[in-house]
Write a protein that binds this ligand. Sequence first.
Ligand SMILES: [Zn+2]
Length: 355
Amino acid sequence: MRKEEHMPILFALAAVAIALGITNILLVYNITTEMNQYESIWDVNKSNIHAALDDLEKRYDAIDKKVENVDSKLLELKGMSEVLNDVRYKLVNIHSKDGNASSNSSSNDMLKHMLNHSLEQRLDKGLEGKEEDRGDFKIIYMDNDRYSSVKSMLSRSKMLDAYVNTLNSKFILPHDISIVVDEDGRCKSASGYYEQVMKRIVLCYSSIDNFMRLYPEDIERFSTLVKFLLYHEVAHALIDVYKLPIVGMQEYAADNFAIVMMLNDGDDIHPLIWLYDAMREDKHATTSTTSSRYWDTHMLFVQRYYDILCLAYGSDPSRYDSGDLPSERAYRCVHEYSSALNAWDELLKPWMRVG
Ligand SMILES: [Zn+2]
């Protein structure tokens, strides 16, 4: 072959090589630009996600602030309602003082009348429940590993259920009130409590357990202590849901309600008197030590002991001894019991079932 004949082939090969080179360059260019595009899309997305996260965080903060606002508004409302309650109590107090002035002369007759008639008997004779019944006390036993034996004893014996049935047959409620038997942090310093916001009573397993240890063989004495615990908390609940005007410490009223109701039911409350006698501050006190909580809303055990003793003795001097109650107090006890019974009767009348 001649040299001139090679030329076209060489040209063609060169052309193919150049074309291949250009194609490669174009391909690399394409890939790079595409990668750049993806990278910028990713960047945009990343910044979008960050912006969305920032936005969410801001919204969360805003909600947090709103919750804080609602909380402080609630506190304000609570304060206002306390002031209103205060005014209401004062008005009721003034009103009852007006009423008392004219009734003093017949107070002796009234006393005799009241002692001869139990609360239920007087209700049967025509005092009517005026409110609509929309609820019941409902008992709930929570599971608790430590107090599983107390739980099973309570649910087996149906002791609390029986008390709750009695309460439901007596009282008209505007809504359900749950009675939860449980053990929580508050049980460290209380045997039970009433939660106003949730409208529920909590009875502590640990306290019921303590009562069981006091009377392991005596279900009747044990049940008296449980009933007192229940009725004390029920008093707090009724004072709240009925908006009862209570002048003085509510803790005193709650004790008073429980004792008066139990005495009126004919319960033997000696175990309670003994319990408070054992717990009273002056029992083993020395002058150097005092653990008395003078600032507390609860009365001192020693005061509760004398009050319970006085109400019991006042309800039936033949059944209850006045014990170490000094005569200055003992002679007032019949009147103390009957006036307490009368006060509760007046306050609860619209909320009690008839017959
Ligand atoms: Zn209380």
